[in-house]
Design a protein around this ligand. Structure first.
Ligand SMILES: C[S@@+](CC[C@H](N)C(=O)[O-])C[C@H]1O[C@@H](n2cnc3c(N)ncnc32)[C@H](O)[C@@H]1O
Ligand code: SF4
Length: 439
């Protein structure tokens, strides 16, 4: 009886959270007040390094049905032109005096042109003293490429597998290019031999998954011994891709038992960093862990977002337009938007929930507000949903709280999707952009 009451309470809480998040996203991530920007602003260069330089590579061998990231089907000629422009943009940013602690190269598929990726990382390493380089890749690179060439250049590689179940690979459009689950397991093992830190991305929330098949999938992943495993809840988003993704998704109420299955499957050999990222708990400590720290981030490349200070920055989503901008001596960032204090605080709340601790003192040091001053409605909601346990000046998330954090993270992914959707509609910033390149 007690169990069915708490699951009803959680169900009500997550349904209302979905509704609130959709409204919050539409309000705080609207790009209606974005302004154009053509030159880097030297007076804006911060004194200390920005935590992350984010580099976007928007090309893929195949376009998966669930994916709403910014990418187009690979074309070698365009991709080579793109990498050249990208290096030019990075050089310009460094010449302006921007400094970074680490580099995250995301996509799309960053390994799609190995020589270009290597040139880009080598250039960055020759001009900066970044402490860590992370990349994202599809699994087929570890069959068709030469990953040993990345030794000394890439510290952490995140490989998208999603599932070892061939039915899911076929339904999402990945089987044909990346092979069967069994073959992909072999590619992950090859990656683990050469890359210092390997993360495997898995997904759940597909309509043909059950808690049992998810547990099976994760058991196969765990047997490969990756350093980290990220378990993404399938997020439908609000953009053009959402219909395709929705056809693959299960019912909203199936996610809770699936999350419990994920937690249980991971509990023996992995520790939860966030309700969606786990690190192995055996062997030497994991280096170059993925950490969601909310630090500032500067984005370069087409389709990159950046946030530093209280500004949100958006680059051109049209690849030829981006290349033309760079060749004409402009910045890759073409729009900026001021971020409201409320939106920044809400991002902070999502991160504290992800970390599992809401700490009054830390929040006050960071923002000047206590938990109840910053989040009166949110705290009432979280306590009435039974998601938090009070311990002195802190609140800790329990399993329900972790699930709410996961839903917040999924809302964050949907928010990014909403931003991409709006940014794609922006007018081209350069004249004469040949639209034949567009994906
Ligand atoms: C941008 S992809 C890059 C990885 C690489 N291209 C690959 O798929 O093999 C990074 C990860 O985002 C996750 N992802 C993509 N679309 C998603 C969606 N709609 N909902 C949740 N996670 C998603 C997938 O797990 C994917 O591996
Ligand atoms: S999931 Fe990866 S490979 Fe598939 S379309 Fe998205 S970025 Fe490309």
């Amino acid at each position: 009886m007690k169990n069915s009451f708490s699951s009803l309470r959680l169900n009500l809480a997550t349904t209302s959270l979905d509704w609130v998040m959709e409204h919050t996203i539409k309000h705080s991530l609207s790009l209606k007040n974005a302004v154009t920007l053509d030159e880097l602003q030297p007076h804006n260069v911060p004194q200390s390094p920005i935590e992350t330089l984010y580099i976007h590579i928007p090309f893929c061998h195949t376009l998966c049905r669930f994916c709403s990231f910014h990418k187009v089907k690979f074309n070698e000629h365009i991709a080579r032109e793109y990498f050249q422009a990208l290096r030019q943009e990075i050089r310009a940013v460094l010449t302006q005096g921007y400094r970074f602690n680490r580099v995250y190269i995301g996509g799309g598929t960053t390994t799609i042109l190995e020589d270009e990726l290597i040139n880009t990382i080598e250039m960055i390493k020759s001009l900066t003293s970044v402490r860590e380089v992370s990349c994202e890749s599809d699994p087929i690179y570890f069959k068709e490429g030469n990953p040993h060439l990345l030794k000394g250049l890439v510290d952490r590689m995140s490989i998208g597998i999603q599932s070892f179940d061939d039915k899911i690979l076929k339904a999402s459009g990945r089987f044909e290019k990346f092979g069967s689950g069994l073959q992909q397991a072999e590619y992950v093992s090859r990656a683990i031999e050469v890359i210092p830190t390997v993360n495997v991305d898995m997904m759940y929330g597909f309509n043909i998954q059950t808690p049992e098949t998810i547990a099976n999938d994760l058991a196969q992943t765990i047997r490969l011994h990756p350093d980290q495993i990220t378990t993404y809840p399938l997020t439908i988003g609000i953009g053009k891709n959402s219909k395709k993704a929705a056809c693959l998704a299960g019912q909203a109420n199936e996610l809770w038992p699936q999350f419990l299955a994920v937690k249980k499957a991971m509990s023996e050999h992995y520790v939860m960093e966030f309700p969606w990222t786990f690190s192995r708990n055996y062997g030497k400590p994991v280096k170059n862990k993925y950490v969601l720290d909310g630090e500032d981030c500067f984005g370069v490349g087409s389709g990159a977002f950046g946030r530093f200070g209280e500004q949100f920055r958006i680059s051109s989503f049209d690849i030829p337009d981006y290349i033309n901008r760079i060749n004409a001596g402009h910045t890759g960032t073409c729009y900026t938007k001021p971020l409201e204090k409320k939106a920044l605080l809400q991002h902070h709340l999502m991160m504290m929930m992800g970390h599992g601790v809401l700490d009054n003192k830390l929040l006050k040091n960071h923002t000047g507000y206590s938990l109840w001053q910053a989040f009166p409605i949110e705290m009432t909601y979280l306590l009435s949903a039974g998601a938090l346990i009070k311990q002195g000046d802190q609140y800790h998330t329990n399993t329900q709280g972790q699930f709410i954090a996961l839903k917040m993270f999924s809302g964050f992914l949907a928010g990014m999707d909403y931003l991409r959707e709006q940014a794609r509609e922006f007018p081209l910033s350069m004249q004469n952009s040949p639209s034949s390149y567009r994906g």
